[in-house]
Design a protein around this ligand. Structure first.
Ligand code: AMP
Length: 186
């Protein structure tokens, strides 16, 4: 099973991705987590990425594509994976398509989690208080929402045209939403 999870910041992508990866016994690849590891490791990539992340902006496509190409070619990906937070732009989606074609692989589905805007901001402010994530302040949250709608939301149409998109209502109980996703994936 090879999946992409799409959805605006705060929709519960990470939470649901964790549960769904356990259900299907696949890898959970979160580019946000990978980048945060690079930052704590003090790597060159981490140093470059942090500047963008702290502003709530996207890290440049070429850095993400290089990082994900290396990751997707590793052996453990053969058992399937769930991409959480990647791709986030059309060039990244095109790049991913190329990488997959090269290794004769393809995606099974793209899950789009939806929720209303007010609920999203409420959840993110709460998460910022609990997690201490430096990009969960109201100002950066607003910027990340803006970036999602301008740069990532066009991917919904992109994957709908490829007949891969499945819309899932991300409002309600966590358990209930997981069940919706698993049922939709059959
Ligand atoms: P996330 O944990 O998915 O919310 O990602 C946190 C931050 O990491 C984002 O606001 C971006 O700055 C950066 N990031 C994560 N994934 C990507 C990506 N696919 N493209 C560009 N930037 C990314």
């Amino acid at each position: 099973m090879r999946l992409i999870f799409l959805g605006p910041p705060g929709v519960g992508k990470g939470t649901q991705a964790n549960r769904v990866k356990d259900h299907f016994n696949i890898l959970h690849l979160s580019t946000g987590d990978i980048l945060r590891d690079e930052i704590s490791g003090g790597t060159d990539l981490g140093k470059e990425a942090q500047i963008f992340m702290d502003r709530g902006e996207l890290v440049p496509d070429h850095l993400l594509l290089k990082m994900m190409e290396q990751r997707l070619l590793q052996d453990d990906c053969s058992r399937g994976y769930l991409l959480d937070g990647f791709p986030r732009t059309i060039p990244q989606a095109d790049g991913l398509k190329e990488i997959l074609e090269r290794i004769d692989s393809k995606l099974d589905a793209v899950i789009s989690l939806t929720a209303n805007q007010e609920e999203l901001v409420r959840r993110l402010v709460l998460r910022g208080k609990q997690s201490g994530r430096s990009d969960d302040t109201p100002e950066v949250i607003r910027q990340r929402q803006k970036v999602y709608w301008s740069q990532t939301a066009p991917l919904l149409e992109y994957y709908r045209k490829e007949n891969l998109l499945i819309d899932i209502d991300g409002m309600g109980e966590i358990d209930e939403i997981t069940k919706r996703i698993i049922k939709a994936l059959g």
